[in-house]
Design a protein around this ligand. Sequence first.
Ligand SMILES: *Cc1c(COP(=O)(O)O)cnc(C)c1O
Length: 480
Amino acid sequence: MTQSLLPRLTPHISEWMRAALNDRPMLATLFEEYGSPLNLHHLQPFGDNYRAYAEVMEQHKLRHLIFFARKANKCVGFVQEAERLGFGVDTASYRELKQCLDNGCHPDRLVLTAAIKNEALVHLAVSHDVLIVVDNRDECALVNAVAHKLGKKPAVGVRIGGFEVDGERLYTRFGFPVIEAVDFVGQELEENYEQLRFAGFHFHLNGYSPRERGAALVETVQCAAALRERGIETQFIDMGGGLLMNYLRDKGQWEAFMRALKQAVQGERPPVTFGNNSLGLQVVDGQVYGEPSVYPYYNELAGPDFLAEVLTYQGGDGQTAAQLLREYDIQLRMEPGRSMLNQTGMTVAKVAFRKWDSREDLLVGLEMNRSQLFSSSADFLLDPLMVYHEKETVAALPPEVGTAEGYFVGAYCLEQDIVLKRKLPFAHIPEIGDWVAFPNTAGYMMHFYETEAHLFELATNLMTRDAPEEGRMRFVLDGE
Ligand SMILES: *Cc1c(COP(=O)(O)O)cnc(C)c1O
């Protein structure tokens, strides 16, 4: 076997993940009971992530309300924990909202931002006094009609978009154009939808630019200022989610991987991805263009630092976003999903087979499918952790010197059911029954695209809040 030159991408890993992987009898019992893969979750980092965000808001002396965007993970345990710790949940469907209400979430700490809202959903929200963020006039008419029927005067948030950043308007399919926002709220809302009471603005930007978020925040405060002139107060601005999260330890590794990928797709080195997949790079006449369509797994401005950067963005007159919010006494709200789940989850699967394909690549078959580890990013660019049963300890992947290289493949009868597109170096060829752990998968990776093709059962979601240093952690079914 040859020495591996495959680039590594070493992830940040929590103590609880290591402890779980080192407790083999516990994991073996869980696999026996619930099959493979297992979605393991820990609630402690969830609360920590919340407190870190709240602290930044408080340092800037901002009144705040943080909602966990629950679409990023299905587990009801996070909903219960948010309510226990006194923060909110952003809901995007009937069942998400209903489950929050059934679990005792206070309606003041719920928001409905669903992209499509039918009458049943609007009825549920209005009858429970849950704030609805309205996206368009048809929705306003629907909420107005339902409110009229119920004899309610619901507060609404108005979603806006199309902010101007560096002379260009950011495209979005969501919300009212910001340039119409003042007239819409100042006149039309009251005239045409008499049941609705304006409470605040909402936006959610695509992409991960703190600069764009800062600019959007400032432009929204300007709308609030113009409304104040007309005697209308803006109680809150909700800046949505999309706060960056950092998955990886080392900038050099990230850059080296990107270089290797470009070289490989240009044919200058052996492939680093399955079938030399370009991960979204454009290749024309052997030249690469653009950037891979992957999440920026390594980045230096994540979580609370990202938030601080947004809050200190300076508008045209030199005032920061935070100063403006204080000046107009506006509560800042946000709806982080992915970044609230940082370090809260891990997917663990069993090795089913080893084989070599017709290109003579090693394929390691896993008892899972790729829908159970899938997001809009072209690949999940973190090294998994192998648990080799022959060996005493958890071996971090990849080893200093790889002795085997290959790919993880899944259970769907598709050529494309490759669990990770990246080629991975193994310390040695995995044995049947060995385990592989994919760290930090709670945000989107586990649930967002999960399917039940072939009638496979969905993966089991397990939760704990037990401290890893206090002996065995006990994982229970989500919701129990
Ligand atoms: C998806 C979404 C979020 C959460 O985004 P993250 O990237 O997970 O932080 C928040 N608000 C709205 C309206 C969304 O659509």
